[in-house]
Design a protein around this ligand. Sequence first.
Ligand code: VGL
Ligand code: ZN
Length: 202
Amino acid sequence: MRPDNEAIIVIDVQNDFCPGGALAVPGGDEIVPLVNELLTEFPVRVLTQDWHPADHASFAASHPGKAPFETVELSYGTQVLWPVHCVQGTDGADFHPALRTELGDVIVRKGFRAAIDSYSAFFENDRKTPTGLEGYLRTRGVERLTLVGLATDFCVHYSAVDAARLGFTVTVRETACRAIDLDGSLDAAREAMRAEGVRLEP
Ligand code: VGL
Ligand code: ZN
């Protein structure tokens, strides 16, 4: 078991991000066995769940004439438009059936406000509205984080950068992550994480 000040954060290992899902990440399901193994090694275990209302502003379907993977300007800046995914209460929003969710101490849901997306487990996409996760981790004495999950270049990336800026020591285990990789977004994400002092490990 790792020391008491270490937590694992499992980002969005949900059906819609796995093959067959609405926003499938290539090989997304392949990480589940390693994620399960890692979960058993940490004293503090957090799972996150992308959790959108059906009319969410990040969905292309909410913007007439727009297609998935185009962008729009929202009040907080540029937003990539996605296929409808992880709608609250649907099978697509459920965790992958093989993920050992019973090992999680807490589940943080994000993206539940219709007008704002939330890639990061810490702040919504305005980079200001907190999810509460920072307080949870600090009150449990956590200082070091290991991040795994989906997708490397979006929710893992934004969560890792925010965590590093908040002063946590952050490691991303890349073999327990998979990327969407839209127009070089994986390389850009790796560079951005490194620039914030996030450690990238296999
Ligand atoms: C994610 C795009 C939209 C993710 C969530 O979990 O990386 N990506 N919503
Ligand atoms: Zn989403």
